[in-house]
Write a protein that binds this ligand. Structure first.
Ligand SMILES: Cc1cc2nc3c(=O)[nH]c(=O)nc-3n(C[C@H](O)[C@H](O)[C@H](O)COP(=O)(O)OP(=O)(O)OC[C@H]3O[C@@H](n4cnc5c(N)ncnc54)[C@H](O)[C@@H]3O)c2cc1C
Length: 371
């Protein structure tokens, strides 16, 4: 996106990509259909040590701008849920669109370009195994460190450090969480069961699906809240949002016993989860206070995750190049003129749902218009 915007303004641009093709993360994104933006994109959908940093770029390149590009290329798309836009066909169409825009903007794309060394004299001098590049400006768009097997690297952070820029500790985000040993023995055989829940942590909450895995919890609600979780915080899960299960017992004709409660729970939760929950949390008695206690636990299941599935399973990397080091308007380093950082390598992390791509497009456009 940055190369396209700069190329359109007549700049000579070379994109150096160390993989053998462009946009591998786009290709695997959104289950192969690329959730390329979100209609409801707001600065509140991003985590950063400076929550104001992303505002300017997001306001100047909006979801409507990217949708216009997608429509110009006649790529069919649909809204899946919650403003999330996906290709009807394949994520490949988005990569092809960007390649085509690069071609029109006369951008040189150099694949298999492994950068060996970067020096700064009166300009930037980048050396790959095959050649040297001299440029007055350098844009680092190397992404986060999630999923190294498709080309992710810590190169962007190393480069930032080389120039004395601060890095906010990178950590896996949008990532499944692992049970502690006790919860694992209690729940791991529920693997595959899912339910709509509200997951909360650190003052944030998400109402979406949660999925049991054989090692812990996943699904959109958990991925979202994982970005806010850090050891030793707890995650609180409301397993029955908007429901009051024990309310059924205000009817005196309903017997107060496990089978009535099981029947009520099964109306809200998948049967396997309902049964397991009751097995582990059966009311201590059938009095109103004991039932109120059962109800409270159902809406506030406290999980102390042992950790996350790590960078190999994380959809994004939170943390990264400290935004205090950069201009929010242009993404240029304050201390090193001509050096820019865009996209996921920065300490700006989107929620699940197309926000990370929108940040990549918007920050890329901001730099591309300033080069
Ligand atoms: C499985 C998965 C699914 C996802 N799905 C979605 C989704 O549907 N919607 C969404 O909004 N976000 C999604 N994301 C997140 C999104 O893909 C990223 O946030 C986004 O791609 C970041 O863009 P970027 O340009 O900053 O970095 P990247 O897309 O990671 O691009 C960085 C590029 O730099 C190259 N590179 C790295 N190091 C070097 C080096 N040393 N030399 C040369 N080149 C280098 C890499 O090969 C790569 O091509 C998903 C992520 C994953 C892992």
């Amino acid at each position: 996106m940055c190369a396209i915007e700069a190329g359109k303004r007549g700049r000579r641009v070379a994109v150096l990509e160390h993989a053998d093709r462009l946009g591998k993360k786009i290709l695997i994104s959104g289950g192969g259909r690329c959730n390329f933006t979100n209609l409801h994109c707001q600065p509140e959908n991003f985590l950063s040590a400076n929550p104001h940093f992303a505002k300017s770029a997001l306001a100047r390149y909006t979801p409507a701008d990217f949708i216009a590009l997608v429509e110009k290329h006649r790529i069919p798309y649909h809204e899946k849920t919650l403003g999330q836009l996906f290709c009807d066909g394949s994520a490949r169409e988005i990569v092809t669109m960007l390649e085509e825009e690069c071609r029109v903007a006369k951008v040189d794309i150099i694949l298999n370009a492994k950068v060996r060394e970067l020096r700064r004299t009166s300009e930037f001098v980048l050396t790959t195994e095959a050649q040297a590049f001299h440029a007055p400006a350098l844009v680092v768009a190397t992404g986060g460190i999630s999923i190294t097997k498709i080309g992710a690297s810590s190169f962007g952070y190393d480069l930032a450090r080389q120039f004395g820029l601060n890095i906010r500790e990178p950590r896996p985000a949008l990532v499944p969480l692992l049970f502690g040993s006790q919860d694992r023995s209690r729940y791991s055989d529920l693997s595959g069961v899912s339910a709509e829940v509200i997951a909360s942590c650190d003052g944030e909450q998400f109402r979406e699906k949660m999925l049991f895995t054989h090692r812990g919890l996943s699904g959109p609600a958990i991925l979202q809240i994982s970005s806010y979780w850090q050891k030793p915080r707890a995650i609180i899960i409301d397993l029955a949002p908007d429901h009051e299960v024990a309310a059924v017992f205000s009817d005196p004709s309903i017997p107060r016993n496990p089978s009535s409660l099981r029947a009520e729970l099964r109306k809200i939760l998948p049967a396997r989860l309902a049964d397991r929950w009751l097995e582990l949390h059966e009311p201590t008695s059938w009095t109103n206070p004991a039932l109120a206690d059962f109800e409270r636990q159902l809406h506030a299941w406290e999980i102390q995750p042992a950790g996350t599935e790590g960078f190999e399973k994380a959809e994004v990397t939170a943390g990264g190049v400290d935004t205090d080091e950069l201009s929010a308007k242009t993404m240029e380093s304050r201390e090193v003129p001509g050096l820019y950082f865009i996209g996921e390598v920065l300490d700006v992390t989107g929620h699940l749902g197309g926000f990370n791509f929108q940040w990549a497009w918007a920050s890329g456009a901001a730099a591309g218009r300033a080069l």
